[in-house]
Design a protein around this ligand. Sequence first.
Ligand code: NI
Length: 219
Amino acid sequence: MNAPTAADLGELWADGYTVVPAVVTGPLLERLRTEADTLVAAFEGGHRGEDFWSFTRDGECKPVLYRVHNLEQQPGAPLAAGLFATGPLHHLAESILGCPARARVIAMIVKMPHVAAAVPWHRDRTDAEPGHAINLSLFLDDSDASNGALEFVPGSHLLADDADVDRAREAGPVQTVGALAGDVAVHDVRAVHASRPNPTARPRRSLVIEFVPDTTEAP
Ligand code: NI
């Protein structure tokens, strides 16, 4: 896999996010895509559970899947469970954090073709110091401004814990961050971010794992 370069790390700690290209490639990427297909197909086929988060569009009755939470616990997700336990994302997180790291949570983000909504501007959490908790998003599909790319306010991870998210976004600038399948977008959990809707025919799925230094106590 690719290790983050010094430039990647400089960007991450200055802006609050960066993209490390081609972290997962080849057969593993293909098998993760197939596993994601199967989970989405199960939901479309009627599978429901408290970890399958969905919304319903105005005037329609068919729910739209947008997140599979606690992914490592789902039947049919052994590869995601493996990534949560060990492997390339752990190595990447440890090289970024500079110490042994622990995965706290894994989820699959799904932006269904034609119907996926935008994710509003938010910070994942602010009860960690800058540089002490990071989210790694492994893209299973190419993502660009037209099908649900991430958007960030550079430097916003350094804002105060109670900073107003909408004011930060209005002050800007706002940077749209695309990624190719296999790339990992890394962001500080404090960064002000959002993602765009997906009106295209192309799915946009990512596996998101939060990592913290192994010495961090559970909040
Ligand atoms: Ni987020």
